[in-house]
Ligand binder design. Sequence first.
Ligand code: NA7
Length: 567
Amino acid sequence: MYACTDKKRQELRVLETSNVTLETIGAAAQPLDAVVVGAGFAGMYSVHRLTRQGLSVQCFEAGDDVGGTWWWNRYPGAQCDVESLEYSYGFSEELQQSWRWTRKYAAQAEILAYARHVADRFDLRRHIRFGARVASVAYDEPQRLWTVVLATGEAVRARFVLMGTGNLSTPRVPDIPGLADFKGTWIHSSRWPKGEVDFTGKRVAVIGTGSTGIQIIPVVARTARQLVVFQRSPNFVVQAFNRDLDPQGVASYKAKYPQMRERARQSELGVADIDMPTRSALDDTPEQREARYEALWQRGSHPAFLCAYNDLLVNKASNDTAAEFVRRKIRAAVKDPKVAELLCPHDHPIGAKRLCAGTDYYETYNRPNVKLVDARAHPIEKITARGLVSGGVEHEVDVIIFATGFDAMTGALREIDIRGRGGVALAQQWSSGPATYLGLMVAGFPNLFLITGPGSPSVKSNVILSIEQHVDWIARCLDDMRRTGQGLIEADPLAQAQWVAHVNEVADRTLYPQTDSWYTGANVPGKPRVFMPYVGGIARYRRHCDEVAADGYRGFRLQPSGVAQPA
Ligand code: NA7
């Protein structure tokens, strides 16, 4: 079992303390065309796309295999909440026709198997170095090259860098006093040990009831002797109704796969199988609304549920009708009315925080071995050798599971010491919140691309589709630069400021920014509060990015190859 000591905790923060040297840089070594950081779905597709274009590419991945999020998050119950047939690459018709998904929502193991299959099928591994954590990425202005240094001190130089570091990859363990004294085992959900963890006969605590906690809780409850859930804020959870895929349904979907992918690209959320509503919730009678919500509940899809009406995320009165529908579901599922009430969210509009999709989550609280602790009324005060203390009561446990989330969207980028022109650190430049142009580039950081960065649809979309769009855009950009003799591309500060203003303006028309969530950075103490994703819709965003490229990369500054840079 994974004994989490202080040392393990420090490993989670390894980059804060890593002391790399540049001594190992071979100045004479031939620079690469591109370095890709991360071998999740973004990094893998980048490697595929750029090598196919004839570029020399090296990818570095901290984990020991491909898969990114799906390699790290192997906790019990981990599964996707976007349907498998959509949450997959669309770049290869052969791949999408031959791969067989078995479940409507694929479990982590199935998605990881898919990622491995893609790596083998497209011969990506020879470009990827595993167990290689990138510590710093620094721009050398006179040379117009990036120096990428690993935690080991080894370094390479490249003309371009693509950051495929993921939006939810920097785990957060809250600073609760006494963790070092705990004699049992503690695990963060996204640093789960390889192999199964046996909870049989164990007393387990889960801290956190976001998308991760609500997946772990029902599974651990089945074998643990006792499970105590520490809930600070309840979340809305719709039933996923996961099931085996029926081969006939899959065959008919596959017959129209290219059309479905195109439909997804022209949609709001990057999901093909959702019809966008045209009515307000307030246009319907209560009975009509109930029928509509019930039909969508039975469908078991969180994006579909939020698309019941066109104003659920912009009009609080409309939103209240959907929120109350789910609260009624909670009260019907949970036998103890006091527990049910504690599970009912009242502090945020439904969907303004990530809406969760679960399997028998609420029903789990009917089990005699499961206890819910109100960690809002009684915050966890400390951890002792034997367990956790909340409201003056010590809860003795053998295992603590931290399902406490991530430093989302900017965490993985800030963790790497990224320095652009003049040695300016990205972390410093983003000290009051991330600013990007199109979520793709940052002014002052030439030839460095973000894949699904802040300011792009990213986490508010089917992220694999968004990854493909970004990587295709970058690949086209590099090809256009090669053809036209350009050596450098950089976001113009004014275009960036206008894009940030647009991202905020679109967000401000919705209920998202006023809600505390990881979308706004509110889950990390001291993090600037900025709503980070772009919620103007996939179709509109794609069109805009294409127009920018067609218009000579409007809003970017290009410089020809071989021209010395101004000092
Ligand atoms: P989330 O959604 O950020 O959830 C983290 C949970 O941990 C949330 O319920 C937090 O409560 C809770 N938390 C954090 N710190 C504490 C302390 N100190 N005490 C009690 N509870 C705490 O992370 P997930 O991993 O579930 O999901 C992240 C995304 O990954 C998900 O949305 C999917 O897109 C995939 P809070 O709400 O802050 O009161």
